[in-house]
Structures are given as C-alpha cells and as structure tokens.
Design a protein around this ligand. Structure first.
Ligand SMILES: Nc1ncnc2c1ncn2[C@@H]1O[C@H](COP(=O)(O)OP(=O)(O)OP(=O)(O)O)[C@@H](O)[C@H]1O
Ligand SMILES: [Mg+2]
Length: 287
C-alpha cells in the first residue's frame, strides 16, 4: 500500500537568506499516486523532496506521511538521485541487497533480489562489479535496491537526467509500471516535461523566489501512455505554457526567441502563447 502524504503549509528559510526558499507549500498525495514536481533551477524542488525524505526539517509547517510527522528518514520511503550512488567495490547483487542488509533481512529475502534483478533486466550481471556497468544499468541497480525494501514511497530527484534518451524512456516506463503494480506512491523532480507527462498522475509546477506551487495539472491518460497521441502532445504543450509562465525574464531581452515577438499576431503563434491559449482544461487550475 502506498503512502499518503500531506505537506502542511511549509515555509523554509535557509540560514542567512532574506527570502524564504519555499513559501506556504500545501500538497496532498494519495496512496499509489505519482506526482511530478517541475520548476526552474533553484526554485526549491530538491529542498522539498529532502523534506519528504526526512533529510531536512522545514522552518515552518510539516510533512506528514500516513498521518505521522516526518522528522527523520525511514526505510519505508526511498530516495533515488541523479547519480545512482552505488558502492563501487561491490557486485550488482550486493548493491541491490544493501537496504535489506541494513535491515538485517538479507538472508530471508534472497529470492526477492533475484526477482528484482530479473525485473530490471540484470539477472546476467548479478555477480559482476557495478563499475563494469553502463550508467543506465547502474541506475537500474539503484532502482532494484530502492524497491527491495518494499517501500511505500519512492522519492526521485531527476533520476534519469544523466541517461541517454533510449535508456531514459525505458526506465521511465519501467518505474511507472513497477510503482503502479505495487501501489507505491511516487514523488519525482524533473526538468523534462515529457517525463512528467509520461509518468505522473499529477504535475505540480513550482515558481521561484520564493518557491511556491503556481499550477497543477492532472494527466488523465491511460497507461501505457502513447507519447505520440494527441492527448499526450496537448498536455505537454499545456504544461510548457504553465512552465513558461514561471520563468524569470532574462537580463537581456534580446536573448530569447519569444522576447523578439513584437506583434499580437506573432505573439499568438508562439509556443507558450499557444499552449496557454489552448483548451482550458477543467482539471488544470492556477494555484
Ligand atoms: N544547504 C543550503 N544552504 C543554503 N541555501 C541552500 C541550501 N540548499 C539549497 N539552497 C538554496 O535554496 C534554493 C533552492 O535549492 P534547491 O536545490 O532546492 O533547488 P532545485 O529546484 O532543486 O534546483 P535544481 O533544479 O537546480 O536542482 C537555491 O537558491 C539554493 O541555492
Ligand atoms: Mg534539485
């Protein structure tokens, strides 16, 4: 059963900062739901994810998971980062087993590791050293390790951004399939609009200075999702419009294509304007 998350009015100041990094964030995530967080670099996405993981306490407000305030990390929720952070001197099997080793459950769960390595396509690599694997294969080991402890919640911070396009798409689909099959709740941070639409049930757009939720979009498309379908393409455009609206203007307005748009007709043709002017979905709401 996936975790129910409630982010209750979080505001956060890092020491020495005038502006809060996050202001008045309120979000609920239902058990088994997948939520994407997108926003400009520095808007506070990782800060919020670290709070969900219990790695950082907010200055005001709190995170509750299944009704309990989060004050420290727990094996019931696992975080995956952009880099897989594996132990380079260990085999694939040992790295995938680490969570279980820390919990003292490794012996009882050996079959589970075999099953997970098969799920992520690494059965034939089980006994090799992780250093001999590609980046995508290493990220699969990290995924197997994250799933081995049967988490209720997966927290992913740009987990696929360092991978090539093919591996990235394969892992996006794989994580979505596994999380749905196991009913795991997922909150992930991404800069990739396609990744957000491919994986999420709901996308939260964050604005910066201070970080707030500026828009929310439901992705009501059946799985497995066809990335070429009209519904998918339309949602990507709509999300791009919301995302574009959060971007701080560049110092030199000559630097962007959109800033060179001078007539209302030309402006109406811009991708952002088209997306914003596109069908106004009931389920998208400005926060
Ligand atoms: N430990 C810290 N101490 C002080 N300021 C911090 C600390 N960690 C992050 N910040 C600041 O808080 C803001 C938000 O950082 P955060 O890493 O959450 O952004 P982000 O949205 O994840 O960015 P990116 O997309 O680049 O990863 C930034 O201005 C950053 O400089
Ligand atoms: Mg970040």
């Amino acid at each position: 059963m996936g975790a129910a998350i409630s982010i209750d009015c979080i505001t956060h100041h890092y020491p020495g900062q005038e502006q809060p990094t996050l202001r008045d964030i309120r979000v609920n995530v239902s058990p088994g739901e997948t939520v994407a967080l997108i926003g400009q670099s520095g808007c506070g996405k990782s800060t919020l994810l670290h709070m969900l993981a219990g790695l950082l306490l907010p200055s005001e407000g709190c995170v509750r998971i299944n009704g309990h305030q989060v004050i420290k990390p727990s094996p019931r929720w696992n975080m995956m980062f952009q880099k897989p952070s594996l132990y380079p001197w260990m085999t694939v099997r040992k790295n995938a087993s680490l969570g279980l080793i820390f919990q003292g459950r490794k012996k009882a769960m050996q079959g589970r590791i075999d099953e997970l390595l098969e799920t992520v396509g690494l059965t034939d690599k089980a006994e090799v050293n992780v250093q001999s694997l590609s980046g995508g294969q290493q990220q699969r080991v990290a995924l197997a390790r994250s799933l081995a402890t049967d988490p209720e919640l997966l927290l992913l911070d740009e987990p696929f951004s360092a991978l090539d396009a093919f591996t990235r798409v394969a892992l996006q689909d794989e994580v979505t399939r596994l999380a749905r099959a196991r009913g795991i709740s997922v909150v992930f941070v991404t800069h990739d609009i396609e990744e957000a639409v491919a994986m999420a049930d709901r996308v939260l757009v964050m604005g910066s200075n201070p970080g707030t939720i500026t828009a929310e979009l439901c992705v009501d498309i059946d799985h497995p999702r066809d990335r070429n379908s009209q519904a998918f393409v339309d949602l990507k455009a709509e999300l791009m419009g919301h995302f574009g609206a959060t971007r701080t203007p560049p110092a030199d307005p000559q630097q962007t294509d959109e800033s060179r748009i001078t007539t209302p007709e030309a402006a109406a043709q811009s991708p952002t304007a088209k997306a914003v002017a596109g069908e106004s979905r009931k389920r998208a709401r400005a926060a």
